[in-house]
Design a protein around this ligand. Structure first.
Ligand code: PMP
Length: 316
């Protein structure tokens, strides 16, 4: 779908996957005026095709568009386009329990602009790909390294929205961490350099006894939809969940640590390396709380437990 600045998006069309043509002076290529989303379509055991809270992705894209001076599709346009794209690619959705279809909506300034300014024209498109587990470890614990010299986002920056530049900021640290055998990087705040922010593609939670803490949303971390859902599920299961500043000390003294995200679902953290020292959590097995929350979330997504909150959207 396309639209000019100040106008709405017109109805788009389905196309076979392939390269797109874009102006070399496009706002997205020169000034990073781009946003994306990530959600998954699942096949449930009873044969339905479902999405998990897609309206939250639509709203997050709209909030991001406001920050990036872009028009965005309406919630209805977003949902309709996602549904149409998923159903047109139904054959690529793995069997129930064997993976999912990752759906990537992309919104960008596609019009030409020479000086720094919002582009005069925008393109919204969606592509899809079947996926398995994000981390090769699956539900077994992942190993993170804390990065002191690189930051994902700064106060007043764009860390709170899903804009493409945030991922450019993590590329170097992320690649170096992978080369050293870590699963991913955990970033600290750039002011005090002691409070947790998030991982390159997921939010982080720290468990101590019956209390679960996660960094509060304050503009530098992405308001994850899985994060929000896990907070709700954990409270429903009787945990105390606090959204606040979480220091490295609290992290290293935790009983359990886990990450959440559409791609990673709930991933237990087996160890954290900070200042070249490795701290391990648990006995190398998946922690009790991570397992409980993983099971609660995936049962809901797989259609194995009742959707009391209305989070599941059935496409078929
Ligand atoms: N933080 C970042 C930087 C991410 O890219 C993602 C993935 N979208 C998340 C957190 C988790 O968000 P969600 O649960 O909505 O996938």
């Amino acid at each position: 779908m396309k639209c000019a600045r100040g106008e709405g998006f017109s109805k788009g069309e389905l196309k076979r996957y392939g390269n797109i043509e874009i102006s070399p002076a496009a706002g997205v290529l020169n000034y990073g005026q781009g946003l994306f989303e990530g959600l998954k379509a699942y096949r449930t055991r009873d044969g339905n095709i479902v999405l998990f809270r897609p309206n939250e992705n639509a709203l997050r894209m709209r909030a991001g568009a406001e920050r990036m001076c872009m028009p965005a599709p309406t919630v209805d346009q977003f949902l309709e386009t996602v549904k149409e794209t998923v159903l047109a690619n139904e054959r690529w959705i793995p069997p129930a329990g064997k993976g999912s279809l990752y759906v990537r909506p992309l919104l960008m300034g596609s019009g030409s602009v020479l000086g720094i300014a919002p582009a005069p024209e925008y393109t919204f498109l969606i592509y899809v790909s079947p996926v398995g587990n994000y981390f090769k470890e699956g539900l077994s614990p992942i190993n993170l390294v804390i990065e002191n010299d690189f930051h994902r986002a700064s106060p007043g920056g764009t860390g709170g929205v899903k804009t493409i530049g945030n991922y450019a900021a993590v590329l170097k640290a992320h690649t170096a961490a992978k080369a050293k055998g870590y699963s991913d990087v955990l970033y600290l705040d750039c002011v005090h350099k002691k409070y947790l922010e998030e991982v390159s593609s997921c939010n982080v939670f720290v468990v101590k006894g019956n209390t679960i803490c996660t960094p509060a949303i304050k503009g530098t971390i992405l308001p994850g939809i899985t994060r929000k859902s896990i907070i709700d599920i954990a409270r429903g299961l009787g945990f105390e969940v606090l959204e606040q500043l979480v220091s490295v000390d609290e992290l290293l003294n935790a009983d359990e640590v886990f990450c959440t995200g559409t791609a990673v679902v709930v991933s237990p953290v087996g160890s954290i390396t900070y200042m070249d020292e490795r701290t391990a959590f648990g006995d190398g097995k998946v922690g009790r709380v991570s397992q409980q929350l993983y099971t609660a979330l995936t049962s809901l997504q797989m259609g194995l437990s009742e959707d009391q909150k209305g989070w599941i959207v059935k496409l078929k």
